[in-house]
Write a protein that binds this ligand. Structure first.
Ligand SMILES: [Zn+2]
Length: 409
């Protein structure tokens, strides 16, 4: 089986189906195209001789039975069906750039993919890259992951090497944060899993933010401006004062890596009422709580400064760092790192500055790090993926199926 060709054949087919998520929709999944892709995948799964797949609310689950006598953990792989709302996913035309020579890649007249702006491209010289045609995103996020998993499924069906139960799930609406809302952990049935939803070759992610929402509500006092002295409180101005009191070094626009922040995402108000909605993010839960204490002390100070105003501050938990769960199952990362090294890739562990489906799944009891697909610039017209990189991801999964079969429960 020519793996690179098999990956391309599937990938080319999947990206042409528009599966853009739609956050304005309340249906499940949020767009029709996701159901269509799930149905196409279910048909392929049936044609590969796997009878008992389940398609439920846009989630496709299926299993490849164990071929080992040993009682080993059920190993899961996941990818998501939808694409981002940030760029069009309609009529995607994948363009193949074989044996990338190292210079600019002309995606279209206006869209030039240049190593000057994207120096990571230099590592991909000589490889076969794929982009869209300049009008749309490509959708390698996450159809590269789907193509990698489906190619693995095909190979598992054709070759009977020793592996434990392999559980696959394709999920909808990851890009709009609903990917795990209706996920059925029992139907999935994995005890340990990996999302195939990362970017450049070698990168793995086992860490997400801890995330809270912050809501500050301010009640002012409206008095005729002509006679407002010592009587009026302008809620909007109090809101502005609160925001400008927050340290500039702890905002999204000034932080990276492991640095946390409070981001003020929505600021609304007038004299009578104002509200601030924001997000609190840090990989370290203690540091997250310390930031919240700092915000609390700023609010207390403003209450003294504006005694006629009412100020209310609340924090709501959104999600937690999956590293907490993954660290309790050290084999999950150990086997992944070994698998990558065994095929000549140096693993690079990086923290996600966000959440993943894996973080919610980890807290549902299935430790789930994230593996690269071999591409970059997701969610936009500069998106690209390397077919050679996809093959490296695929090879990592092959080794993982073998390694987990050696570990009796
Ligand atoms: Zn993704």
């Amino acid at each position: 089986m020519d793996i690179k060709q098999a990956l391309w054949n599937r990938f080319e087919k999947y990206v042409q189906i528009n599966t853009q998520a739609n956050s304005a929709s309340t249906s499940l999944p949020s767009s029709e195209g996701q159901v269509l892709l799930a149905q196409i995948l279910q048909k392929e799964v049936q044609e590969l001789g796997i009878p008992n797949s389940i398609l439920d609310q846009g989630y496709l689950y299926f299993e490849i039975p164990s071929t080992t006598k040993n009682n080993v953990p059920a190993l899961g792989f996941l990818a998501h069906l939808d694409t981002s709302e940030d760029a069009s996913g309609e009529k995607v035309k994948p363009k193949r750039h074989n044996h990338y020579a190292g210079g600019d890649i002309v995606i279209s007249k206006e869209v030039i993919l240049s190593p000057v702006h994207f120096p990571e491209l230099i590592d991909y010289q000589g490889q076969d890259l794929v982009t869209a045609n300049g009008d749309t995103l490509l959708g390698a996020d996450n159809k590269a992951g789907i193509a990698i998993i489906m190619t693995l499924v095909e190979l598992l069906q054709k070759n009977n090497w020793e592996h434990g139960p392999i559980k696959i799930a394709f999920t909808p609406d990851e890009e709009i944060g609903r990917g795990m809302d209706h996920f059925d952990v029992k139907k999935f049935g994995a005890e340990v899993a990996y999302t195939i939803d990362g970017d450049l070759v070698g990168f793995i992610e086992n860490e997400t933010f801890n995330a809270d929402e912050v809501v500050i509500e301010i009640e002012g006092k409206s008095v005729h401006p002509g006679s407002a002295k010592n009587k009026m409180v302008n809620a909007g101005r109090v809101a502005a004062d609160i925001i400008s009191s927050w340290p500039e070094t702890m905002m999204p626009e000034s932080t990276e890596g492991h640095e946390g922040f409070i981001g003020f995402m929505n600021i609304n108000g007038g004299i009578e009422k104002a509200s601030i909605r924001g997000i609190v993010r840090d990989h370290d839960l203690l540091k997250l709580k310390t930031m919240e204490e700092l915000m609390n002390s700023i609010i207390e100070e403003k209450k003294k400064k504006y005694p006629l105003a009412k100020i209310n501050l609340i924090f709501k938990e959104q999600y937690r760092n999956m590293k907490e769960v993954i660290d309790q199952h050290p084999e999950t990362m150990k086997k992944l790192i070994q698998a990558m090294e065994s095929i000549g890739i140096t693993p690079k562990i990086k923290p996600v500055r966000g959440g993943t489906d894996g973080s919610r799944l980890s807290f549902m009891g299935v430790p789930t790090p994230n593996i690269f697909v071999g591409g970059s610039n997701f969610h936009g017209r500069y998106e690209w993926v390397s077919l050679d990189g996809m093959q490296k991801s695929f090879e990592t999964l092959v080794v993982l199926t073998k390694e987990w079969a050696k570990m009796p429960k």
